[in-house]
Design a protein around this ligand. Structure first.
Ligand SMILES: [Zn+2]
Length: 464
């Protein structure tokens, strides 16, 4: 009898000791495993050791994480709910995220190990705790100069004290003109962002930016407002797209990887401006390097190369409002997929038997095949240049509109004239070896708002 009672006690003990970790599992904040996650990656993410993670999740098999599995994150006292991951898009700031998610910016900073606000660049992914009882706020408004919180509150059918509280203002007097505030009332179908309210939305893709990429910047603005902007140091040209304004901008192949600013600005119908600037990550294009031996030093003589480059830059600078192309570009070569040199390759031009050398990069795409082959217009456009140049030889430049240009160098024959309209696939000339080349070949380059970009992108996808 006593023995049976002892066994019963032992059973209760075992039961309670196995139940305990399960109840502990339900108490802390949980992270939901995403595809591609590893335990060590999650540990780094939340700044905890793998051992602590395993201790907090006794039933966890460290070698087998399944997507959607919940993992308790230890060391975050006082926090409950689900820790979600969100990729920062253009328009998000720590302040707007805090206001939108109703999580304090101190907690967001602590969870994400952010030391300074500049670390919050577009494209990084942040951990956001979500609480069931807290509804994200969606309606955005911007106080105009001289407008009080009371006036704003009336517009939103709210009251200034509620607005001050949810926007974490120190008082109802503390809203600044241009500040982006959130309201619990009103309805907005737009995603809440930290953008000034003149912007219904704004985005940039692809992200992160890559050396040589063509970036598409989209903005939807309030009725009558007009957008402008600067990416890194290039002023953007916006054109009317499908219900949105679109700008295309190249990223220079030699731009040092790092974070750079994107500034967007909207001019309202009353002439006032609202602007927003955010840091964006630029990554390496992982281009290879090569040495180009030269017999003739005049090939790299700046007295010849610089004025010619300046001429090409000025020819490709205007952003024509007409977009002539609609589809993906077609290869301009007879052998469309055969290349002898790719865009972006770092080149060091070395004069033989001398220590003269010049750095540069390959600004276009070289195709296989030589003398006399046909060259086709890759997309519709208007010819803005067709004449011989010293370095580039017989050259044609086609304006495709919206700041996009194609250049064809070293031709043996030019078949088009300045002012001609060309169709996609039209023969515009023949391949040759004119200008400073070692052999006859077609060099094709694409310019996007003043910068040479990777032409392969234009053969692989339709812009914008
Ligand atoms: Zn080339």
């Amino acid at each position: 009898m006593f023995k049976r009672f002892f066994l019963f006690l032992l059973f209760i003990f075992i039961l309670s000791s196995t139940v305990q970790p399960v109840s502990a599992q339900a108490s802390g904040p949980v992270y939901i495993v995403q595809s591609g996650d590893t335990l060590s990656g999650i540990a780094v993410r939340f700044n905890v050791s793998i051992n602590d993670l395993i201790a907090a999740n006794p039933s966890l098999n460290p070698n087998f994480l399944s997507e959607g599995q919940q993992i308790v994150i230890p060391g975050l006292e006082g926090l409950t709910g689900v820790l979600e991951t969100e990729v920062i898009s253009f328009g998000d700031t720590l302040r707007s995220l805090s206001r939108r998610t109703q999580v304090s910016d101190e907690l967001l900073q602590k969870l994400n190990h952010l030391v300074s606000p500049t670390e919050l660049y577009v494209g990084i992914s942040l951990i956001i705790p979500t609480q069931e009882q807290r509804e994200p706020l969606k309606t955005r408004m911007t106080a105009a100069s001289g407008e009080s919180l009371l006036e704003l509150a009336v517009k939103q059918s709210s009251d200034p004290w509620t607005l001050a509280s949810i926007n974490k203002l120190s008082g109802t007097w503390a809203a600044l003109p241009g500040d982006i505030l959130y309201s619990p009332t009103g309805s907005s179908e737009e995603n809440a962002t930290g953008l000034p309210s003149a912007f219904l939305s704004a985005s940039i893709e692809p992200l992160p930016l890559v050396q040589g990429s063509t970036e598409v910047i989209r903005a939807r603005v309030q009725e009558g407002a007009s957008p402008a902007g600067i990416l890194i140091d290039m002023p953007l040209h916006f054109f009317q797209g499908n219900g949105e304004q679109v700008a295309l901008q190249g990223v220079h192949a030699l731009l040092e990887p790092g974070v750079y600013p994107l500034l967007l600005e909207a001019t309202l119908t009353d002439g006032s401006k609202q602007s927003f600037e955010q840091m964006i990550l630029v990554t390496s294009g992982n281009y290879s390097s090569e040495d180009i031996p030269l017999n003739d030093p005049s090939f790299i003589d700046p007295a010849i190369t610089e004025p010619e480059l300046k001429n090409v830059i000025s020819l490709t600078a205007p952003a024509t409002p007409t977009r002539y192309w609609t589809d993906v570009f077609a290869s301009p070569a007879t052998d469309p997929d055969c290349f002898t040199s790719w865009y972006g390759t770092r080149r060091t031009y070395k004069v033989i038997n001398s220590d003269v050398e010049t750095p540069g990069f390959h600004t276009g795409l070289d195709f296989c095949g030589g003398e006399g082959l046909q060259i086709f217009a890759p997309a519709p456009g208007r010819v803005v240049f067709a004449a011989p140049l010293t370095v580039r030889g017989n050259a044609t430049i086609i304006d495709h509109g919206w700041g996009i240009y194609s250049g064809f160098w070293h031709q043996s024959q030019l078949y088009v004239n300045v002012g001609d309209t060309v169709e996609q696939g039209q023969v515009i000339g023949l391949v040759g070896g004119t200008g400073r080349v070692t052999g006859a070949h077609l060099h094709w380059e694409v310019w996007a708002n003043g910068i040479q970009v990777n032409p392969l992108d234009w053969l692989n996808q339709a812009y914008p």
